[in-house]
Design a binder for this molecule. Sequence first.
Ligand SMILES: Cc1cc2nc3c(=O)[nH]c(=O)nc-3n(C[C@H](O)[C@H](O)[C@H](O)COP(=O)(O)O)c2cc1C
Ligand SMILES: CC(C)CC(=O)C(=O)O
Length: 381
Amino acid sequence: MTTTDTGTPAATPSPPQTPLTVDDIAQWAATELEPEVWDFVCGGAGDESTLQLNRTDLANIRLVPRVLRDVAHPSTHTTLLGTPAAMPVAVAPMAYQRLIHPHGELAVARACKRAGIPFTVSALTSTPIDQLAATGATLWAQLYWFTDRARVGELLTQAEQAGCRAVVLSVDMPRMGRRLRDIRNDFTLPAGLASGADAAGLAAAGTRPGSSIARHTDTIMDAQLNWDDIEWLSRQTVLPVVLKGILDARDAALAAEFGVDAIVVSNHGGRQFDGAPSTIGALPAVLDAVADRCPVLIDSGFRSGLDILRAMALGAGGVLLGRPILYGLVGGERGVELTLSVLREELLDAMTHTGCADLRAAADLASVISEGLLPAPAALT
Ligand SMILES: Cc1cc2nc3c(=O)[nH]c(=O)nc-3n(C[C@H](O)[C@H](O)[C@H](O)COP(=O)(O)O)c2cc1C
Ligand SMILES: CC(C)CC(=O)C(=O)O
């Protein structure tokens, strides 16, 4: 790891051979990162059953190819929260990206700008949002419901001043998930990633066994967050409000009734509640409940262009990418570009073979859960 580096390109590693898949990039990242940083990034909560289920449920979805549909020039372009995007993907909010590479969020934002996709800036970014805005990337700003409400207000002001196109409130962090790897590793963030009160809090939390990042996180999150606060938030900002971390169809229906501008079906990549369903499993009921009242995005477990097409076929409006971006980030901006180009190539391949000249056609694909070769449930066709 090169966290003390001042940012010269020479410090940025290159993959041993050209990676063909996100899994190849992940293997490379595993060799480059310190073991406890790797564990923090790739790990999940509890026995990691939700983390694994995200993957197996995606892999179990078959897409039935359509033929004779002129796929000579497939287009992956779409619109995400009202902004044109070159692919139906955005980068998910992820904290403290300078943990992975000295250029951190800046490298990711630049890669997003080049790839033409939005970047969601974490409420716990290790790079100030105005610096990220200077890259020209489309930015969405993520919020956590901090007990220090003034900080939420500051984040909103900064987001608006930085030209962000949306605020994404993550609603699945009443406390940090029990991430056993971090607890066993006595995981502590290196100094210099956080600023202000956060830096002080992290330093104070870092002196005892267990996960100091979890200890600190639990002191700053307000578990009293409820629907009244969503109304407050909508009144505080002119930006579209997105709720991230919805899994239950009833919550999705409530979100639509409250007039939120989009939801993200997410289990936080299996990092919060181990025991939650996979997001791809939760998606059909959520879509039914929302009934087109707002876009429904999804994340957690997406590792290939085929996975992205699976979500689009089931009716998602787009996919947020988490860990694949951080795996690429070990190689700085170029590494993130590599991840995005692998995913784009795979998406084009999957679209071509399934007869999708564009993403509207993807929504018409028949999807089948392959296990046991049962007929597709009505909700999935
Ligand atoms: C290292 C790491 C840090 C994360 N930090 C945040 C965060 O600050 N805010 C947030 O809402 N979600 C955070 N997430 C969750 C992601 O936004 C996203 O929901 C999840 O990573 C998607 O799953 P995937 O990694 O399998 O793609 C983080 C995830 C990782 C791996
Ligand atoms: C520091 C954490 C709160 C960031 C996060 O959301 C995560 O690690 O999943």
